[in-house]
Design a protein. Structure first.
Length: 42
């Protein structure tokens, strides 16, 4: 999936797409951590 994603992106926008991809992963992990802490608290 990642290989297909990078092949679709042009070289000029590849860095931007990669940054958005990392940002999305970090955001998802942050939400997961928040839910885990909230659940373990109660």
């Amino acid at each position: 999936m990642l290989a297909g994603f990078t092949s679709i992106s042009t070289i000029s926008s590849q860095h931007c797409s990669f940054s958005l991809f990392i940002h999305f992963i970090l955001k998802s992990l942050n939400v997961y951590e928040t839910k885990r802490i909230f659940i373990s608290k109660y």
